[in-house]
Design a protein around this ligand. Structure first.
Ligand code: ADP
Length: 257
């Protein structure tokens, strides 16, 4: 029994060490990749802007394709970095009292360019009562709101409205945020895979070729480290609503993973 326990303990330590090496490796290579990719994009843009002389129509279309692919890689690298940060238990979340209403307002503002481009409108339904601060890691909670809003914009149809509502639940001592779009929706058979790493539904890939399929996996991970919940309701072709709850009184994260 004693021996078995020691063996398991040793195996766990080895796994944790391997995980640390993996996490450092992802972080270092992702940062290197990001630097090389921005140099590559800069060169491709110089060609497109004809800074290096005239180019033919055919050359332009190839360079545009290369640029789209390098943008896809940048998205992937950025999402991998965020995922690594959220998954790495060595990186402690910096829990403090944060104003969720302010974070939502700021995130909506950050997406102004995107919403203008797609002519979609984000409507923020604020709570009737004062919302107490939530206990959370500000940067990570921002990532959650960004990911969900970004998806609702990406998968919305042009000229549509997106509703984001914030409610405080006095009884459960948590805040509930819902984000509703009238976009492409999620097929019944895809629903069980939505939170899986790298999963992208076919209708999503058609609508937006960029995207890594890491956003929702990371979002769920962050919400769970805040002892919250995430779920969704969706009708294919007519829209999706994501719901999250975050407790207002999580004292510390439980390092149970
Ligand atoms: P990405 O958006 O980069 O593909 P995510 O992890 O954020 O990755 O989302 C995973 C998949 O979930 C998406 O590819 C899409 O199929 C589906 N999805 C997420 N949000 C929505 C939404 N608001 N409407 C429709 N499908 C969605």
């Amino acid at each position: 029994m004693e021996q078995e326990f020691e063996k398991l303990k040793k195996e766990k330590e080895e796994l944790m060490q391997m995980n640390e090496v993996k996490s450092d490796l992802i972080s270092i290579s992702a940062h290197q990749l990001r630097t090389s990719l921005s140099a590559l994009k800069w060169i491709l843009k110089m060609f497109l802007e004809k800074d290096l002389g005239e180019i033919t129509f055919e050359q332009e279309s190839f360079i545009k394709r290369a640029l789209i692919n390098s943008e896809r890689m940048t998205t992937l690298v950025n999402d991998l970095l965020t995922l690594n940060h959220s998954e790495d238990n060595k990186i402690k979340f910096n829990f403090k009292k944060i104003n969720i209403l302010e974070i939502i307002e700021q995130t909506i503002f950050e997406f102004s360019g995107e919403t203008k481009k797609k002519n979609v409108e984000i409507i923020f339904i604020k709570p009737e009562t004062i919302t107490p601060p939530i206990e959370g890691d500000e940067e990570m909670v921002r990532v959650v709101i960004q990911n969900l809003l970004e998806n609702s914009i990406k998968y919305s149809f042009k000229d549509h409205k997106i509703f984001i509502a914030l409610k405080y639940n006095e009884k459960n001592k948590n805040v509930e945020i819902s984000i509703r779009d009238n976009g492409i929706g999620i097929k019944e058979s895809d629903k069980e895979n939505i939170f899986n790493k790298f999963f992208r539904a076919e209708n999503a890939t058609e609508k937006d070729p960029l995207g890594s399929g890491l956003g929702l996996f990371t979002t769920k991970n962050i919400i769970e480290r805040h002892h919250g919940k995430i779920w969704f309701e969706s009708t294919p072709g007519s829209g999706t609503t994501f719901f999250i709850t975050i407790p207002t009184n999580t004292k510390q994260e439980i390092n149970s993973k």
